[in-house]
Design a protein around this ligand. Structure first.
Ligand code: SAH
Ligand code: SF4
Ligand code: F3S
Length: 442
């Protein structure tokens, strides 16, 4: 054993999955995973840059490592992911005790890069875009963070350049994997006993648009749906403009496709949507919601919203509130607009002040809370299928998700972990449901 590593992960599911790859690569290279930070010889951060706060968290964690490194001079500290991609060499200049900076296309090389730091004693920054999305064969099988469910990256990057967003600058241009490789990876997951596959991409439903020889996203869904052993299929995150009639049809036709879609709307005002560069109008978005509900009446719909985008007037904001009331999402994630250079909106005039943003955020959450509660309350007394995939925060209960993506906690023996069970819902809490297992389904 060469030493122990500890990885601190921030950000979206893509980062969580990239960390799973890094763990596998480091294991194969002879390193063991440390249970705590204190026992680690290598500390890596997989970072997120989507909002300023996310980036601040990274620097604050790195700040805390300063004294730690002093006490452990041989310790290697590496920063990967989206902040690494964005800042590059600047991180090495700013923080003298960082040894390694590696970008969003470099994480497959993490073990080599660490060897290089060790051998030459140099500090390294490697943030080239390689556009190599295919994981090296030797990393498989991965050990997955959750029981029974696994992520599968089908595309990376984004070509949309929404004016507020840093993702295209830190993940690069959109690149789709070959469907053959995706399907082989899905088969490998199913052979391992995985029951639920979550397809990942920054714009998962734009899959294939950069590879004209490839099948479309909906065709990919149809193909994966047919694989023996698959019980559940999900995908995240979708762009409303690319929700095609075929994808909507998939919700009606595919028995593994779970009744949930996360469809970020960002704003209810056409004027703001235009300035954001979202390429759809409020009414187009609403039409898609209607079609999805028609195809799949049980579908649960969640969204992301930004409040206080530059130039958002009280009237624009009211349009967002009225959209929430009209759609009645199952849940929302709402954020205060944050300047992310080099995204275009940084230079937009009429910035909304922080206090106004905070007030708008509270108002949005206040409007949504009773809607979410009402939508959850309907589940009380119902029998729902749950895949038990993790332990609850305090570790005493088993935790899983329904097909409609509600978190459910149950009492039970750990032998149930990774199983699909039927649960009777007994209690509805603000962010989760509680119930009793009545039957094992697989
Ligand atoms: N690819 C996804 C979302 C990526 S980022 C999509 O296209 O929808 C996740 C969420 O962060 C976004 O949906 C948006 O609501 C929020 N976000 C992105 N940039 C932001 C910014 N500059 N300020 C505040 N929120 C932002
Ligand atoms: Fe960002 Fe827009 Fe791309 Fe989503 S679609 S990652 S919000 S630029
Ligand atoms: Fe954050 Fe990068 Fe994901 S910026 S949201 S970790 S793509």
């Amino acid at each position: 054993m060469k030493g122990k590593f500890f990885i601190q992960t921030y950000g979206c599911q893509m980062n969580v999955h990239d960390t799973e790859y890094m763990c596998a690569i480091l294991n194969k290279a002879g390193y063991a995973q440390a249970q705590t930070l204190k026992e680690a010889d290598i500390i890596l951060l997989n970072t997120c840059a989507v909002r300023q706060k996310a980036e601040e968290k990274v620097y604050s964690f790195l700040g805390r490592l300063k004294a730690f490194k002093k006490r452990h001079p041989g310790l290697i500290i590496g920063v990967g992911g989206c902040v690494a991609q964005k800042e590059g060499e600047r991180i090495l200049k700013r923080i003298p005790y960082i040894d390694l900076v590696f970008g969003t296309h470099q994480f497959f090389r993490v073990a080599e890069l660490i060897e290089e730091v060790k051998k030459n004693g140099h500090r390294i920054c490697c943030i080239d875009y390689t556009y190599q999305l295919e994981p090296p064969c030797h990393v498989f099988p991965l050990s997955h963070k959750m029981y029974g469910r696994a992520y599968l990256t089908i595309m990376q990057g984004c070509d949309n350049f929404c004016s507020y967003c840093i993702v295209p600058y830190v993940r690069g241009r959109q690149i789709s994997r070959r469907s053959e490789n995706i399907i082989n990876e899905a088969k490998r997951l199913l052979d391992m006993g995985i029951k639920e596959i979550i397809l990942l991409g920054q714009n998962v439903n734009s899959y294939g648009q950069d590879r004209l020889e490839e099948i479309s996203f909906s065709e990919l869904l149809f193909k994966i749906n047919k694989l023996p052993g698959l019980k559940r299929l999900r995908f995240i995150t979708s762009h409303p403009k690319d929700i095609s009639p075929d994808v909507i049809k998939a919700f009606a036709d595919l028995d593994t496709l779970c009744e949930h879609i996360h469809l970020p709307v960002q704003s209810g005002s056409d004027r703001i949507l235009k300035r954001m560069g979202r390429k759809y109008t409020r009414s187009e978005y609403l039409q898609k919601i209607e079609a999805l509900r028609k195809a799949c009446p049980e579908i649960s719909i969640t969204t992301d919203l930004i409040v206080g985008f530059p130039g958002e007037t009280k009237k624009d904001f009211k349009d967002t509130i009225s959209l929430l009331q009209e759609v009645e999402f199952d849940a929302i994630f709402a954020f205060r607009y944050s300047d992310r250079p080099p995204a275009k909106a940084v230079s937009f005039p009429e910035k909304v002040n922080e206090q106004e943003k905070a007030e708008r955020l509270s108002e949005v959450l206040e409007i949504q809370a009773p809607i979410t509660e009402r939508k959850n309350r309907v589940k009380k007394g119902r029998l729902l299928e749950v895949l038990l995939d993790s332990y609850s925060k305090r570790g005493q209960q088993l935790c899983g998700r329904t097909r409609c993506n509600r978190v459910v906690n149950v009492e039970g023996d750990e032998s149930l972990m990774g199983h699909l069970v039927e649960v009777i819902i007994e209690e509805v809490l603000p962010h989760s449901l509680k119930g009793k297992v009545v039957k094992i389904l697989d």
